[in-house]
Ligand binder design. Structure first.
Ligand code: SF4
Ligand code: SF4
Length: 476
């Protein structure tokens, strides 16, 4: 016979008459109990992965510069070998669409995976909780200390916790700013604190934001600020995997006494220990059914599985399952078979199309941009050798990380040519604007406007070529 579960929480106090007449309920402090287990390990693996990427990326170099730098001042985005400009916003738009469809697709299959494992609010709350537990102890100690009057030790622990949170928040905001302002310049400014005004603003704002959201507000963000929780249900159907308490197996709940045959006594597997509630970061009781406040972190699954080990019952009283699976007593095979359904197929197909468009766009992107504007002040004039000259303003963006020479070719009129040197050198990731003169024999066209084309080609890469249309004007 297995051991009885040691901890049974006091029953929840019923709402008082005063509570009933209050318009707004006060915040109930949640003391999250730490837990270990299969899903907790996955969550921590994702915490490590996302944070190694976030804190590590600004330190990576590529071609002697920061590998990822969204340089606001220069209005250029350096992402490994690519240099992107504001007009490349098309790729950002595609990336946002990919993110949205990924969210729809994975939510339809497995519920709030994003919230439970990868959302920054979850990740930073987890880290802040870990710091809190290391300094102030587990939930019981924190609860007792909060109720106790202020003492020197309590003050010292609070100060240590807030200082650790503060330092971590500053490190986070420093990393965040390093994505938009070169890390080397930020590091050079640290000893004298000589940051620029907008850097100061974001360093302080983002640090305060991190501290407030992950240290103070925590579950309040998920419950009252995040819009996703409110509309997630439209992406769910009866075949979506959600974290569910198996009521048929668990009820009637009750403490299993030592040496008692719970089944014979008519009791379900739930021993009403409340540990699933203690580990819940939003403080809900999953046994009351699916609730919008459930962020899908699966901490209650790990907690309940440990309890089941102690009472000698199989895992899975709380588990990932679907409404249909629960109703029809399906196993994993049937659940998997229902992943493929119209909703997921449509989301999956759309996702595939947008990802393909994104990859195709990047693969065929020409790292050169040319803008040609006709000088409207001079319509076209006859020059010394009987030719007609038109003047243009040409802007060339070299979107690569190396200096390049470009040459020009013109077409559209018999004898049309570039006057003077028809090559130009442009530095790495630079833009140059200059005057270009085109000349054509008087006999090449009737008076009026004629369509002509200018092709700009990189000398070292003939595939890097842009053909632009413009107008050549013959005076009357
Ligand atoms: S569902 Fe599991 S963890 Fe929750 S009270 Fe019942 S036995 Fe305890
Ligand atoms: S009910 Fe379970 S899965 Fe939902 S938030 Fe609470 S602990 Fe996480």
């Amino acid at each position: 016979m297995s051991d009885p579960v040691p901890e049974v929480p006091p029953p929840e106090a019923p709402p008082s008459a005063e509570d009933d007449h209050r318009l707004y309920a006060g915040r109930k402090q949640i003391y999250v109990r730490s837990i270990s287990g299969y899903f907790t390990n996955w969550r921590w693996a994702l915490v490590w992965l996302t944070q190694i990427i976030f804190y590590g990326l600004p330190w990576l170099t590529w071609n002697d510069r920061q590998a990822v730098l969204l340089h606001i001042v220069e209005r250029k985005f350096y992402i490994f070998g690519g240099v992107f400009w504001p007009h490349d916003v098309f790729y950002l738009a595609l990336l946002l669409i990919v993110s949205a469809y990924s969210l729809f697709f994975f939510t339809a299959i497995a519920g709030r995976l994003w919230c439970g494992y990868a959302c920054p609010q979850t990740v930073y709350t987890e880290i802040f909780l870990w710091i809190e537990q290391k300094i102030e102890g587990d939930h019981n100690q924190r609860m007792k200390r909060d109720k106790a009057p202020m003492s020197g030790r309590k003050l010292a622990l609070r100060a240590a916790k807030f200082s650790a949170w503060g330092l971590f928040s500053l490190w986070t905001s420093f990393t965040f700013v390093a994505y938009f302002s070169p890390l080397s310049e930020l590091l050079a400014a640290v000893p004298t604190l000589a940051f620029g005004p907008w850097e100061w603003f974001w360093l302080l704002f983002y640090a305060a934001f991190t501290f407030l959201l992950a240290g103070v507000l925590r579950e309040q963000v998920c419950l009252f600020m995040c819009p996703y929780a409110r509309f997630q249900s439209v992406m769910f159907d009866q075949d979506t995997l959600v974290i569910t308490y198996d009521e048929q197996r668990g009820e009637p709940r009750g403490v299993h006494r030592k040496n008692e045959d719970a089944k014979a006594a008519g009791k379900g597997d739930c021993v009403d220990c409340g540990i699933c509630v203690h580990v819940c970061p939003t403080g809900i009781d999953i046994r009351k059914g699916l609730q919008y406040a459930c962020i899908g972190c699966a901490a209650c699954i790990d907690a309940c599985d440990q309890v089941m080990d102690k009472v000698g019952a199989p895992h899975g009283l709380i588990r990932y399952t679907t409404e249909h699976a629960l109703k029809n007593k399906w196993g994993n095979k049937e659940i998997l078979a229902h992943v493929r359904r119209p909703r997921t197929l449509v989301y999956g197909a759309l996702l595939l199309v947008v990802i393909s468009a994104f990859i195709w766009g990047l693969a065929t992107r020409v790292p050169l941009r040319v803008d040609i504007i006709r000088d409207r002040g001079v319509l076209g004039r006859e020059v010394e050798d009987g030719m007609i000259e038109n003047v243009y303003q040409l802007q060339i963006m070299n979107m690569t990380e190396g200096a390049r020479r470009f040459n020009f070719a013109v077409e559209g009129l018999e004898g049309l040519r570039v006057e003077g040197d028809n090559t130009v050198s442009i530095g790495a990731a630079e833009t140059q604007t200059f005057i270009l003169s085109l000349r054509a024999p008087t006999s090449a066209g009737e008076p009026g406007a004629h369509k002509v084309f200018l092709t700009t080609t990189a000398e070292d890469a003939p595939d890097t070529r842009v053909r632009e249309k413009t107008i050549f004007f013959f005076p009357r």
